[in-house]
Write a protein that binds this ligand. Structure first.
Ligand code: PXG
Length: 446
């Protein structure tokens, strides 16, 4: 049997060669494919008919669980009623309704919403709003953007420039100029096995003072950070870190952007991480959970002062030269509205708070499992960091991922870190199952 000729299941194509898969080990995958063919609530079904417990909400996005009836119905009905409407100079009601509903659940003062189609596009949009805002205010010398080491802000040029993941940056030339980075806050020596926010590292926010001293505040437009860094292995902000960052930004007139693509829509047990930490950014980047991951859509929230600063000049003129063919797309908007309704009906935006203690205890019970060098958690996010195999980084965690998949558990790995972010409908029995399976897997991997 050729390598790519998968088991006789007529829903699977025989030839896997044409599709160049994103962020995947293509050759390994095509030799040993893993496919999902259906999903319901907490579980996927594989092409060979096995049930897989979803401990990652897809890719941190299926917060309400899979194939939820209201969402499915809303998409079906919208597709039959108004499939597409031009996004520029013409509207349709659901995009406005959605923006209003989002503002209702957003942190106070974030009164305007710009729609995109992904987290990456939301990031680019936020960076452009920040630069243009200073310019419309007559402060156009503020062109610098400050990101953070180990930050992930999607894959477009602005996002990889302010991001801090070396392999995502090094292939792609000069990137944006005028970018600098804060240090990351991962301090395993001081903070290993912290429950919730770590004690040490708030002082790392003061590095912004050093960056300001180097470049001068008058050249800095914005700082962008993930409140909790997800992709690089769940880096939880030390106590008081975000508060200090907010204060320094205020002191120098620098906009603070929170990238809430992962933390938005209930992941921490509050609607947004801004609510959890009590730190309100000027711009908030979202996607993923906005539509339960079902239809691609992102949303950038801005404070009304920022939006209003653009609303000048002749009224027939376009105020902000930016937007996408699919900004506020009718089917995406209908999907997001039904998602918000599902969150509301089931209290999902705050459900994480009820389960966070149980989740924490369950995860930390793995502290004595083989290879484990750190466990971190906040809300319904968790990470288990493994000791890398000497000279072969990522191999152990990838082996754990494959073993988990084969044994009916979906986890995510990044480097040698297992990241967990289950749908917010998770029950305690699922949490127990995740932890039990992980223990078995860690016992088995080399
Ligand atoms: N910002 C953050 C904070 C993200 O986590 C993006 C932007 C980009 O979103 P899009 O929709 O363009 O992919 C993300 C995406 C993982 C993982 O397992 C994380 C993401 C995507 C895929 C996998 O860590 N985050």
């Amino acid at each position: 049997m050729p390598d790519n000729d998968i088991k006789s299941n007529n829903v699977i194509p025989n030839d896997l060669s044409a599709f160049w898969m994103p962020f995947s080990a293509n050759r390994q995958f095509k030799k040993q494919p893993r496919m999902f063919v259906s999903a319901k609530d907490m579980h996927y079904t594989t092409s060979d008919g096995r049930s897989v417990l979803d401990a990652t909400a897809g890719l941190w996005c299926v917060n309400a669980g899979h194939c939820r009836p209201k969402i499915t119905k809303a998409i079906q009905e919208q597709a039959a009623e108004l499939d597409y409407a031009p996004a520029f100079q013409i509207g349709h009601p659901k995009a406005f309704e959605l923006a209003n509903k989002l503002v209702d659940i957003a942190p106070k003062g974030m009164d305007n919403v710009f729609f995109t189609n992904s987290g990456s596009e939301s990031v680019e949009t936020a960076l452009k709003i920040a630069l243009a805002y200073h310019r419309v205010k007559g402060d156009g010398a503020r062109f610098r953007l400050i990101g953070r080491e180990r930050g992930y802000h999607g894959v477009n040029f602005g996002g990889i420039s302010v991001g801090g993941i070396v392999p995502n940056r090094k292939m792609f030339g000069t990137l944006l100029t005028g970018v600098d980075h804060l240090p990351h806050t991962h301090l395993p020596k001081d903070n290993a096995f912290s429950k919730g926010q770590p004690e040490h590292g708030a002082n790392l926010a003061d590095e912004l003072e050093r960056i300001v001293a180097l470049h001068d505040a008058s050249t800095i437009a914005a700082v962008i950070v993930e409140p909790v860094a997800g992709s690089t292995g769940v880096l939880i902000p030390p106590k008081d870190y975000l508060q200090r960052l907010r204060k320094i930004c205020d002191k120098y007139g620098i906009l603070l952007i929170f990238d809430e693509v992962i933390t938005g829509f209930g992941r921490l047990g509050t609607p947004f991480a801004a609510d959890y930490f009590g730190v309100i950014p000027d711009i908030m980047v979202t996607a993923k959970g906005l539509t339960n991951g079902v239809i691609p859509m992102g949303a950038v929230f801005v404070k009304s002062e920022i939006h209003d600063a653009f609303m000048n000049g002749p009224e027939h003129m376009i105020e902000f030269m930016h937007g996408y063919t699919y900004s506020g797309n009718p089917i995406a908007a209908a999907c997001a509205l039904a998602t918000l309704e599902t969150y509301q009906d089931e209290g999902l935006l705050t459900r994480g708070a009820e389960l966070a203690d149980y989740w924490q205890q369950a995860l930390h019970s793995l502290h004595d499992a083989p290879h484990v060098i750190d466990i971190r958690n906040i809300g319904l996010i968790g990470a288990i960091e493994l000791e890398p195999i000497a000279g072969e980084p990522t191999k152990r965690a990838f082996a754990a991922f494959i073993k988990a998949f084969d044994s009916g558990l979906l986890i995510r790995t990044t480097g040698d870190i297992i990241a967990l972010s289950p749908p917010l409908i998770i029950e305690k029995s699922h949490i127990d199952e995740i932890v039990e399976r992980l223990r078995d897997i860690l016992n088995e991997v080399e």
